[in-house]
Design a binder for this molecule. Structure first.
Ligand code: HPA
Length: 298
């Protein structure tokens, strides 16, 4: 078999693999989410707010990757969020897998493809990030306006399966403008200062050097982290709408005269938990309404 033939077969298998995972999940709940949420390091508490919830450990879902990072519970929660105007069904991932864990990017984006096959049309991707922009403080919440992919790889490399999306997907509006506005408006109503910024994704797992951070500042990054961008690329490939939210768990290397550590990342996540949940609760009804309307137009 030629290499290109072998590749297209494996791309075809990925569709079947993600479909099997989606079917497994939908067979375990009567709920039908249209919104998916990925909860980053220390931010998993949002999923505990969901009612009538079905919790499925990643390890039970066929082909699903298992998260090894501390601060990631590793389960999918499908449940209802009590919100203004009624309950909204969401699927929330308590933790994700990262490139630095040694997974190929096809596994990192696997959950996005499962979400899509479950009928999900909008995703909220959250993460813990280092703050490069000096206007941010530790604990700040930042809505992503754009990203810079510096992971040295792209999750769509390899044969393209048109059932997921086109060969060359557009990234000019990767982060839905309306979703960004909902987040800024709702944050404002809650008396919170919500920033907007550009997120640079590096592979990790080492934190950046101060010289790397000054380079990232020069090229226009406000935030740095080790996740989210592959998922955004995969989500946009499939036409899912995206909202990205970073929690600045620490100022990036060299900005303050202190070393970085993962405990601090988790502690800041815990400190902003209530604000973060309130912001998601405020923004999700808007996203649900927009997603419903888009569905009706089709
Ligand atoms: N750098 C990269 N990833 C991160 C950071 C950081 O400073 N903080 C939380 N995730």
């Amino acid at each position: 078999m030629s290499p290109s033939r072998a590749k297209s077969n494996s791309a075809g298998k990925e569709f079947a693999r993600t479909n099997a995972a989606a079917k497994y999940i939908l067979a375990r709940t009567k709920l039908r989410p249209r919104i998916g949420v990925v909860l980053g390091s220390g931010l998993g508490g949002f999923a505990d707010e969901l009612t009538s919830a079905t919790r499925i450990p990643y390890a039970r879902i066929p082909n699903f990757p298992r998260s090894t990072a501390v601060g990631h519970a590793g389960q999918l929660v499908v449940g209802k969020l009590r919100a203004k105007g009624g309950d909204i069904v969401v699927a929330a991932m308590q933790g994700r897998v990262h490139f630095y864990e040694g997974y190929p990017l096809s596994k990192v984006i696997f959950p996005m493809r499962v979400f899509s096959q479950m009928g999900i049309r909008a995703v909220i991707l959250t993460n813990a990030a280092g703050g490069i922009n000096r206007n941010y403080g530790q604990g700040a919440l930042v809505v992503l306006s754009d990203h810079i992919n510096l992971q040295g790889a792209n999750p769509l490399i390899g044969a393209n399966d048109e059932r997921f999306g086109p060969r060359f997907p557009d990234m000019t509006q990767a982060y839905n403008r309306n979703f960004r506005k909902y987040a800024l408006d709702e944050g404002g109503k809650l008396g919170m200062v919500i920033h907007e910024g550009v997120y640079a994704a590096l592979a990790g797992p080492s934190y950046e050097s101060p010289a790397e951070i000054s380079y990232l500042a020069t090229i226009g990054a406000d935030l740095v982290g080790m996740s989210t961008v592959p998922e955004v690329i995969a989500a946009r490939h499939m036409g899912l709408q995206v909202l990205g939210i970073s929690c600045v768990t620490n100022m990036a290397a060299g900005i303050l005269d202190q070393p970085l550590n993962h405990e601090e990342v988790l502690a800041t996540g815990a400190r902003v938990k209530d604000q973060f949940i309130a912001l998601l609760r405020g923004v999700i009804p808007h996203i649900a309404a927009q997603t419903e309307n888009a569905g009706k137009k089709r």
